[in-house]
Design a protein around this ligand. Structure first.
Ligand code: KG4
Ligand code: ZN
Length: 337
């Protein structure tokens, strides 16, 4: 099966070509237009997707060395995400599939993240527990077999990536916050500030990250922090202490889940899974319980179409490939079991 996969949920316009589960090409165009606004502006995102979608697909096809008429189906993310952005990818996918008379399969964006570790050579074994940490979601999921998902816990308020973005904004570090905090934290002392960790009693698998963000806000008020005249040592120490608290919460709960369900494979995905300290700490803690950790390379942690293609592979192997021309964007699409 040669699949063209499309991802336009948020601010990455991406296309990929897969031959069964083998990735032939992926093109990811990140929209820089949002940087000056400190977050994604939905209207600008959909307009940028309209300009990018055709050249991005053309480049993915060219790089794959496959021609259009060799495509057997189109996979597209139809939610969760921004309605206007999803519509662009979905409309393109339907039009492209109709013109070739091939099926189009809708993929949940979170399922894309969930299966993204399968894009790498070393692949997880079923059953596994997965931590998905992105800008909009923080979830722990148990995957018993392909497309059998059980949501074990999720955030009650902010997502982990959202906390990184908000703290970076408070510090005046720009958007997105994750990569810059990751970098600055390397030179800071994580023991400087004691930021709160939520839901740590009774091995709870629920998350909350709004308290830690508020705690950073109060600290900055107390020290009369001025982003335009900042002390770089203080910034580095705040980044390191904040990151340590978030990483410890994420790792602890993932390990609890792996132990509770006796799984030996742990997957981690989503933008925050690109975080260097999270990757290192998760690896060490997984080894301590004789479990193996799987995460994709940083490029496939953030939004991309390759993950939509690999999830589609598992989906059509289980349910078959039906034409879904009536598919609509679902901005708050839940993860289904
Ligand atoms: O998965 P993703 O690309 O988009 C969503 O589906 O939300 O995740 C984006 C999020 C942003 O909040 C960004 O700050 C965060 O991932 N992120 C990171 C890192 N790289 C991206 N967070 C922590 N450390 C990183 N290195
Ligand atoms: Zn995502």
């Amino acid at each position: 099966m040669n699949i063209l996969a499309i991802e336009t949920s948020c601010d990455e316009c991406s296309a990929a070509v897969l031959q069964d589960e083998i990735l032939k090409s992926v093109v990811i165009s990140s929209q820089l237009v949002h940087t000056e606004y400190g977050g994604v502006v939905p209207e600008l995102a959909s307009r940028a997707h309209m300009e990018l979608i055709v050249p991005v697909v053309e480049e993915a096809l060219r790089k794959s060395t496959l021609t259009k008429d060799m495509i057997d189906g189109v996979a597209v993310a139809y939610g969760p995400g921004l309605a206007g952005s999803l519509i662009v990818g979905l409309s393109f996918a339907k039009g492209f599939a109709s013109s070739l008379d091939v099926p189009v399969v809708g993929v949940n964006h979170m399922e894309g993240h969930l299966y993204s570790s399968f894009l790498e050579e070393s692949r997880p074994r079923f059953p596994f527990v997965a931590l998905i940490v992105s800008g909009g979601h923080t979830m722990l999921i148990r995957v018993k077999e392909p497309y059998s998902h059980e949501l074990l816990g999720q955030t009650r308020d902010d997502a982990a990536g959202e906390a990184f973005d908000k703290v970076a904004k408070l510090l005046g570090l720009g958007y997105p916050g994750g990569p810059v905090i990751d970098k600055l934290a390397k030179e800071g002392n994580p023991g400087t500030y004691d930021f709160p960790k939520s839901f740590m009693d009774g091995e709870s698998l629920e998350f909350s990250f709004s308290g830690i963000k508020t705690s950073v806000l109060y600290l900055l008020r107390n020290i009369k922090y001025d982003p335009s005249n900042r002390d770089e040592k203080i910034v580095r120490d705040i980044c390191a202490s904040f990151q340590r608290a978030v990483v410890e919460t994420l790792v602890e709960k993932t390990i609890w889940a792996a132990k509770r369900f006796g799984v030996k494979s742990i997957c981690m995905a989503g933008g925050v899974a690109a975080n260097s300290e999270l990757r290192k700490t998760m690896q060490t803690r997984a080894e301590n319980i004789n479990a193996k950790i799987f995460f994709p390379r940083p490029l496939y942690c953030t939004d991309n179409a390759a993950m939509i293609g690999i999830a589609a592979h598992f989906k059509y192997k289980k349910f078959g490939m039906k034409t879904e021309l009536t598919l609509k964007p679902v901005p708050n699409l839940p993860l289904v079991s």
